[in-house]
Ligand binder design. Structure first.
Ligand code: G6P
Length: 368
């Protein structure tokens, strides 16, 4: 195939802006937009019968899996064991042969992820692959393939594959919840309706936040260290924000659970280290705001990424705020991923790095 950058400076930018379109395509495979039902997409895994789930992946795909864990546990009441594949494959995890395992991989060729898959297969688990490349080794060796339909991703730093992985995992968790009787028909309709609204909301965000992001990215490009904080599904997203920033701008960044702030990273806070707080106005909002106050009290500079309700509810004046539209909880990780990706992208552009091919990194790691 031939892929070009269109009007964009980099593939990464193009892939960020493509997200409303590819997410819509991915979702159409997993949900019915008209009657708001989650589709049963594969008979390779019977989610109604499995006692638990194992998930493994590397890099950004692993962070998508971590968010997926929150969804499978909450909506399908399925306990999830998850680890990065390089640990998962050697941990000698006791696994029940009645369980299923999901492997998330854009390329479908990552060596450690494939080894974890084979470990689970040897233990008799049913194997599901959440992949972008349907002809890949990971897809071939699986009982069920859940394609993310993101189209070719050229930028080494994953963006649209991440949000498509999330969209697929969210739809699967809702579908599993229906099959297990832990999500009612009404709840299913509400959750699927939220998912269906995602492409439009993503478009709205992408069309409006660029000036603010560029302004903040110029500030970030002068920093040596950046801390990202979040709670609930915003915690893996905080880690994804830090990963993206370090990968392409080479600025040191860490993602932390907001509640862990006082157990270490608070010692680093001063006016030189910006703290990016990812906080949709969800059931954790007040707790995250109180962590934010601890940062502000120590002279830390805060960049708050929140929604309209959150912006109205938090009254700190020492900070910059990126305000997104109000969104339902299940789609918040995908919507909030957009400013997180764009901050990393524009910071890297200001730094003048090779955004699409950052030093020392490979698109797909096929050796251990
Ligand atoms: C590399 C890439 C990342 C990717 C990870 C897993 O580190 O640079 O963008 O998330 O591998 O790759 P996979 O193809 O298995 O998703």
């Amino acid at each position: 195939y031939m892929v070009d950058k269109g009007n964009h400076r980099h593939f990464m930018e193009k892939e960020i802006y493509e997200q409303p379109e590819v997410i819509s395509h991915a979702l159409s495979h997993y949900i019915n937009f008209i009657d708001h039902r989650a589709l049963t997409v594969s008979d390779g895994i019977d989610f109604a019968k499995v006692p638990s789930l194992a998930i493994s992946a590397c890099g950004t795909a692993y962070l998508a899996g971590l968010i997926g864990k929150y969804w499978f546990e909450r909506y399908a009441r399925l306990p999830v064991e998850i680890d990065v594949a390089s640990e998962f494959r050697y941990r000698e995890i006791p696994l029940s042969p009645q369980s299923a395992a999901l492997f998330i991989s854009q390329s479908g060729e990552t060596a450690d992820t494939l080894a974890s898959l084979r470990y689970c297969k040897d233990h008799g688990l049913k194997i599901g692959a959440v992949v972008n490349t349907r002809e890949s080794t990971i897809a071939r060796e699986s009982d069920a393939v859940f394609p993310i339909l993101a189209g070719p991703e050229i930028g080494v730093a994953s963006t649209k594959a991440f949000t498509c992985q999330l969209a697929v995992l969210a739809a699967l968790a809702v579908s599993a919840g229906r099959a297990r009787g832990t999500v009612s028909e009404q709840e299913e309709a509400a959750l699927v309706k939220s998912l269906a609204e995602m492409p439009r909301l993503m478009g709205q965000v992408l069309n409006s936040i660029q000036p603010k992001i560029e302004f903040l990215s110029r500030e970030l490009s002068k920093c040596r260290d950046v801390l990202y904080l979040g709670r609930g599904t915003s915690f893996p997203l905080a880690m994804e924000g830090a990963l993206k920033l370090k990968e392409i701008s080479y600025i040191h960044a860490e993602g932390y659970a907001a509640g862990e702030l006082k157990h270490g990273p608070i010692a680093l806070i001063d006016e030189n280290m910006p703290v990016i707080v990812i906080a949709p106005h969800d059931r954790f909002f007040d707790k995250t705001v109180s962590n934010m106050q601890e940062v502000a009290a120590r002279g830390g500079r805060i960049i708050l990424i929140t929604d309209e309700r959150g912006a109205a509810a938090s009254k700190l004046d020492t900070m910059h705020t990126i305000v997104l539209p109000n969104v339902d909880e299940i789609i918040a990780p995908m919507i909030f991923a957009l400013p997180v990706q764009l901050l990393a992208y524009h910071t890297a552009v200001f730094m003048g790095t090779d955004v699409d091919q950052p030093r020392n990194l490979a698109k797909s790691v096929t050796v251990e």
